[in-house]
Structures are given as C-alpha cells and as structure tokens.
Design a protein around this ligand. Structure first.
Ligand SMILES: Cc1cc2nc3c(=O)[nH]c(=O)nc-3n(C[C@H](O)[C@H](O)[C@H](O)COP(=O)(O)O)c2cc1C
Length: 217
C-alpha cells in the first residue's frame, strides 16, 4: 500500500483561495489509482421528514470545477429522492483511504436538466436501464422472485435495447449538489492531519468568492 503520509505534501501553506485545483487533482489521483475500485463513491446525507439524518453511498457521475457542482443519478421516488425534493440540501463525503484523503462538501441541491438526465441514461448499459425501470427504489418487495418477474416484464415491454433505445423512466434522473462548503482533509504523519474548509454563499445567479480557514485536526 502506498504510504501517502510519507510522500504527500498535504495542503499548501498558505492555503489556496479556492479548493478547486486541489480537488481536481485529488479526484484525478483517485481515478488514476487502480487499487481504488469506486473512486466516485460518495456518501450523501439527507434529512428525512422526522428531521433525522439519512446517509447512503451513490456514484458521483459529474463534477464541474467551474461551478463546484457534483452530480448523482437516482430514482426521484426513492427515499433520498423524496427527501431531496422536500429539503433540497445535502452533505456529502468522498473518502480515498489509500490516498489518505477525505473531501466533505455540502450545499443546495437542484434537479439535473431532463436533457442531461436523458443523455446520461442513454449512456448506461441496457441491463442497468432495465433495472431502473424494474426497481421502485426504496419500496418494500415481497421477495427476490417478484423483482425478477418485474425485470422480465419490463424487458418484454422495452426489449433489450438492441432494436430501439430504452427510454429513461420518468421518475429517474439526476441531482446536482452545488457546494457551498468544501472541506479537504489530508492524512499527515503522527495524526497531525491537515484540514481546511472553504465556504461561499451562492444564491440563484450569484456566487460569492470562497473564504478559507485552516482547521485543527
Ligand atoms: C458503491 C455504491 C454505489 C451506489 N451508487 C448509487 C447511485 O449512483 N445511485 C443510487 O440511486 N443508488 C446507488 N447505490 C445504492 C444506494 O446506496 C442506496 O441503497 C439506494 O440509492 C437507496 O437509497 P435511499 O433508500 O436512501 O434512497 C450505491 C451503493 C453503493 C454501495
């Protein structure tokens, strides 16, 4: 295993004005590391109707460095989909243990455009597309056989994606987390780790500059 604490210089000192260049580099490092099977795995925390936190992993399928927007795709009728519709804010974490790095981010959540959701859905393999049709994500189901019967039914209806493309289910698409807060954590020797948090305010149409502070580990 690569020892990052020995070779990684950690966060720059003084800290950069924005977290973006470091984040771009870290995401690139994670993607380039063959030993990390799911570099895009991101925990997403939402708040349910009782006010309780709920967290689960998703895959972050888009990161726009210019706007600090992180995109995920899911079922809008799932627990997380309903929670994000009711309270469109999320807190997310990436953790790349092998690289000794953690990224925390939070901010407001918007729905991805229909056009973009269509394009992403079209890029998925037909098995995943049919599963998206078959699964009423987060609802209970009597048994595995019921789920497989539903998959067979949607395959009979839509085909296997060979003769004609499988359309996107109406309740399936993307969300974008517009980061208003990003914290970078870098493992350092003796657990005297590096931490820094960048915060910005963003309203519709206007995004203010980042302000940064170094945090104690
Ligand atoms: C590594 C990993 C990646 C996942 N990626 C996604 C994803 O991109 N979208 C998704 O809806 N669920 C994904 N899941 C499943 C979710 O963790 C979760 O079980 C599901 O979305 C239902 O969550 P909810 O009931 O809170 O809505 C993933 C699970 C794992 C372990």
């Amino acid at each position: 295993m690569r020892s990052v604490t020995a070779s990684d210089p950690g966060l720059a000192d003084p800290l950069p004005e924005t977290p973006i260049p470091t984040l771009v580099r870290w995401i690139g490092d994670a993607r380039a590391c063959d030993a990390i099977p799911n570099p895009e795995a991101m925990a997403v925390a939402t708040v349910d109707e009782a006010g309780d936190p709920q967290v689960r992993l998703v895959l972050c399928r888009g990161f726009d460095p210019d706007t600090a927007r992180f995109e995920l795709f899911t079922n809008y009728e799932s627990d997380k989909g309903r929670q994000l519709a009711a309270r469109p804010r999320a807190s997310c974490v990436f953790h790349w243990d092998l690289l000794g790095r953690q990224v925390r981010l939070s901010g407001r959540v918007e729905r991805t455009s229909e056009v973009r959701s269509d394009a992403y859905f079209a890029s998925r393999d037909p098995h995943s597309q049919l599963s998206a049709w078959a699964s009423q994500q987060s609802r209970t189901v009597a048994d595995r056989a019921t789920l497989e019967a539903r998959l067979a039914a949607v395959r009979a209806e839509h085909g296997a994606g060979v003769d004609s493309p499988i359309p996107r289910p109406p309740g399936w698409g993307g969300f974008v987390v517009v980061a208003e807060r990003i914290e970078l954590w870098s493992a350092r020797a003796g657990r005297l780790h590096d931490r820094a948090r960048w915060v910005r305010t963003s309203d519709e149409g206007e995004t203010l500059a980042w302000s940064v502070a170094r945090l104690q580990p």
